[in-house]
Write a protein that binds this ligand. Structure first.
Ligand code: C2E
Ligand code: MG
Ligand code: MG
Length: 577
């Protein structure tokens, strides 16, 4: 009987062993098992194979493992293992590098579990090892991608600013340290892009990057900041002349012809240099000064370089530069939308918002839409800007409407400039944005100025009919500044008149203006049009407009145009005027 029992338990043991061997073979992980009393460590065949070794090529001593660990990881792994074995930590899990047979390092994730005696002292520790090299490489790649420009592989703005931050820190310890930042903007890049196409444009960007890299010293950083702008950080130089010499060297490197396809192209750059003789505290400041100097260089003509001088901060930038900057404003996150509430005078509630574009230029600060919208019109950038405003503002309004869930949804007013309104793709663009954002057509109102509508009346009517069919509302902006008669305007399929600010501003003092508003309001009533008075700044104006029967009002008296957060708060307050 006892014999059978022994046999049975032997069989179970054998089965268990087999199961273990099978599991070991099947597992993708390497296994290890360290007997701390004998000091011997067992490595599974897979463990050895993961490092490129045959079964008999690795012995049972722990050094087989420790000797292969990367110098930078060795102490950390040892410390964590000891802490675990001493019961200072509750688990053992480390990512580290170990040398493969082919002399490269592989990233591994190691986990272990200890077996302890009754005193809690570990006498055996075993675990698994997983190859995580691919995961690590892709992590490294995404970190790399986040800090580098995709096209050229150069540092991007984030990394570049970080490098400047590092050197500013170094200078705190060593005040004698000198450095310079050179800001480079190619001179005729847009021409290349437009005449030879984007593919060659991209090629020129890459080749330029290569030449810049070829010009600098090993420790220097070359970055692409976007578009055709580059910047170089020269570390550890002895005097400012080294920076100006570098600018000359770059200039001559760029002056050699580039071959793009079957064409030879000549390029040059305008450069600005900021030097560490000024007490900079933030990396953005030094980059901004280098850029300001670059603008100065641009104004001197092509292929010039200029050293920054504190006086530059006072002088404005010419419109030519503004045009280039406007192209980049969206990419640089300099654009935002402000919202100004439109108040229903019947109950004093907010009936909707007018979206007003804002541009915060990183050097000049806020630039008024009255300045940059005409520029965008001229350059054709208005299409891209317009689409952006439409999409962002539609999304925002839909969000508000969903949050609020009141029976009367907020209405969004969007301004359209002349070129936008006459764009044959306008209707399609608006529809796409409504569809992509999810806002209902009936909650959108397009503001078009009286003068734009009148410029080509038949074409306007056709466009307005298309919009009407889609349930999109139309408001005539700055009404009263053109010379149209209201009865003529009524043949246009429109919904709302927005009385120009100039009439509202001095309605208290100027009797004629008051009468104009009264007449417009009365006629509009008869024609079933709504009237909004814009530019309301005082309580008195508010009261007068209410008395005149004007339905809606907008102006600083109620609220200035505010950002979306403030507008959200305003909506939540549910304030009445
Ligand atoms: P607008 O459509 O007539 O917009 C009203 C302007 O009056 C806004 O100026 C607004 O800030 C200002 N305003 C509002 N209430 C008051 C007030 O009580 N007193 C005074 N003094 N001003 C007030 P803003 O934002 O500078 O915009 C100027 C113009 O730029 C707009 O005139 C509009 O024609 C154009 N614009 C603004 N955003 C866009 C846009 O996204 N696309 C297009 N195409 N044009 C835009
Ligand atoms: Mg408007
Ligand atoms: Mg207006």
């Amino acid at each position: 009987m006892s014999r059978t029992k022994t046999n049975a338990s032997k069989e179970t043991l054998q089965e268990e062993n087999e199961r273990y061997v099978l599991a070991m073979a099947a597992a993708n992980d390497g296994l290890w098992d360290w007997d701390l009393r004998t000091g011997k460590i067992f490595f599974s065949p897979r463990w050895k194979q993961m490092l490129g070794f045959e079964e008999n090529e690795i012995s049972q001593i722990p050094d087989e493992w420790f000797d292969r660990i990367h110098e930078e990881d060795k102490d950390r792994l040892r410390t964590m293992l000891d802490a675990y074995l001493n019961n200072d930590t509750s688990s053992f899990e480390v990512e580290y590098r170990i040398k493969h047979f082919n002399e490269t390092y592989r990233w591994m994730l190691i986990r272990g579990l200890a077996v302890r005696d009754s005193n809690g002292k570990a006498y055996r520790v075993a675990g698994s090892q997983t190859d995580i090299t691919d995961k690590k490489l892709s992590e490294e790649k995404s970190i790399h991608d986040a800090l580098h420009d995709m096209l050229t592989g150069l540092a991007n703005r984030t990394l570049f600013l970080d490098r400047i931050r590092q050197i500013l820190k170094k200078r705190e310890r060593n005040p004698k340290l000198q450095f310079a930042v050179i800001y480079i903007d190619l001179d005729r890049f847009r021409l290349v892009n437009e005449s030879l196409g984007h593919v060659h444009g991209d090629e020129l960007i890459i080749l330029t990057g290569n030449r810049l890299k070829g010009s600098v010293q090993p420790g220097d950083t070359v970055a692409r900041l976007g578009g055709d702008e580059y910047s170089i950080l020269m570390e550890d130089i002895n005097n400012v002349d080294q920076a100006t010499e570098m600018a000359e060297k770059i200039q001559s490197a760029l002056s050699k012809p580039f071959s793009l396809g079957d064409k030879e192209v000549f390029s040059s750059g305008s450069m600005g240099i900021a030097y560490s003789n000024i007490d900079y505290e933030r990396p953005e400041e030094i980059l901004r000064d280098a850029e300001l100097a670059m603008y100065k260089a641009k104004r001197l003509g092509k292929s010039k370089s200029v050293l920054f001088d504190k006086n530059f901060r006072r002088s404005p930038i010419s419109p030519i530069d503004l045009d280039t900057d406007l192209r980049r404003a969206l990419d640089r996150n300099e654009m935002s939308i402000h919202y100004q509430p439109i108040i229903s005078l019947r109950d004093g509630s907010i009936s909707g918002f007018e979206a007003l574009l804002r541009w915060k230029h990183r050097i000049r600060g806020n630039i008024s839409p009255s300045e940059f919208i005409p520029l965008a019109e001229e350059t054709g950038l208005i299409y891209e800007l317009g689409q952006w405003v439409l999409y962002q503002a539609c999304l925002q309004t839909l969000y508000w409407n969903n949050e609020r869930d009141q029976d009367k949804p907020l209405e969004l007013s969007i301004n359209l400039s002349g070129r936008q309104f006459t764009d044959p793709n306008l209707v399609k663009g608006v529809l796409d944005n409504l569809e992509n954002s999810g806002l209902k057509a009936e909650n959108l109102k397009l503001e078009i100025t009286e003068s734009v509508l009148m410029e080509n009346a038949p074409r306007s009517i056709e466009m307005l009919n298309q919009l009407k069919e889609l349930d999109i509302k139309v408001c005539v902006d700055d009404f009263g500044t053109g010379y149209s008669s209201l009865s003529y305007l009524h043949t246009f399929p429109i919904d709302t008149l927005k009385v120009d600010r100039s009439f509202v501003t001095d309605m208290g003092r100027n009797y004629k203006n008051m009468e104009i508003i009264r007449t417009i309001t009365m006629l509009a009533h008869n024609l079933k049009l709504d009237v909004i008075a814009e530019g309301v700044e005082t309580a008195e104006q508010h009261a007068q407009l209410s008395a005149l029967g004007c339905q809606y009002a907008q102006g600083f008296y109620f609220s200035r145009p505010i950002d979306s957060n403030d507008a959200s708060n305003l909506i939540q307050l549910d304030r009445r005027w």
